[in-house]
Design a protein around this ligand. Sequence first.
Ligand code: PEP
Ligand code: MG
Length: 358
Amino acid sequence: KSLLAQQYARIMQWSDQYSRLKVRTNADTPEDAAVARSYGAMGIGLCRTEHMFFAEERIAAMREMILSSSLEEREKALAKLLPYQRADFKGIFSAMEGLAVTVRLLDPPLHEFLPHEEAQIEELAKAFGKTSQYVHKKMDDLKEFNPMLGHRGCRLGVTYPEITAMQTRAIIEAAAELLKEGKKVFPEIMVPLVGHFKELANQAKVIRETADAVMKEKGIKVEYALGTMIEVPRAAVTADEIAEHAEFFSFGTNDLTQMTSGFSRDDSEHYLPYYIEKGIYPQNPFQVFDWEGVGKLVEIAIEKGRKTNPKIKLGVCGEHGGDPASIGYCHRVGLDYVSCSPYRVPIARLAAAQAALA
Ligand code: PEP
Ligand code: MG
């Protein structure tokens, strides 16, 4: 090891000695997980599952599921996705062996998985024995003016519990297989975009029933945690009710910032710079946490969540989890961990230590 590498390793070791906040990573491939681990990530705080469905062999099954006209057809398509998901989770759990991995259930609106060009739509219709009018009708049904506020997150799971069941089955089957090989795995199943405790209760029922069935089939007990993202303002102000159904909260500060401030995540770059120039907002709130505004909701959620469930684990998995100034805030309000992209893990570890020392 070079002198520089030795010094770096020593500084990082000191950092971890002083910090209270744990640093996890946002990763959805075994490769990213391995990179983050080599940088000292202490688990995965957010594994987004949506990217897993875009590979060529999978997108066809995904589209078949979306174009289905009955539960039976949807389940047939989801059964094709199950082995891929099981392998995805096995790979990630193995890369993170011995550490917790938070897997978030499917989040984006389903139209994101469909093609939009006419030629591709016709091809899709042909591939699944449908007419292009049928595909267009499905696309019209799925169309939304603001997809980030629409039929996404747990709302998909409420409408199509079979998607939640397939992903849960894949997670628990992957964990069961690895446990039988003597590996240590700690899956955490995270429900996105919850705003009402009944949404979480609804999804928790599907998750628990599916997990119990898989454990019975496999003859092995898998310890897993069930929790939710707090990324909708309503969830923050009703966190006491939500905490009755959750073992952890992970603050999705990207969506929480969008919904609290009313700035779109996708197109605020057209006007936010003027706001910052005029000093209305000191920094871009999507990059540096807005603790005076969004932060108040986080504080309310922490207090209410802990009141109902004193043992609840609390983290942040939005972009702010990798921003040093925001990490200082996360420390001060008493979160347990931050989760950031793999390459920001070392900076986050340093920031966590600096916050503790300060
Ligand atoms: C968030 O909203 O902060 C989050 C982490 O989820 P995503 O960015 O995938 O919506
Ligand atoms: Mg989100």
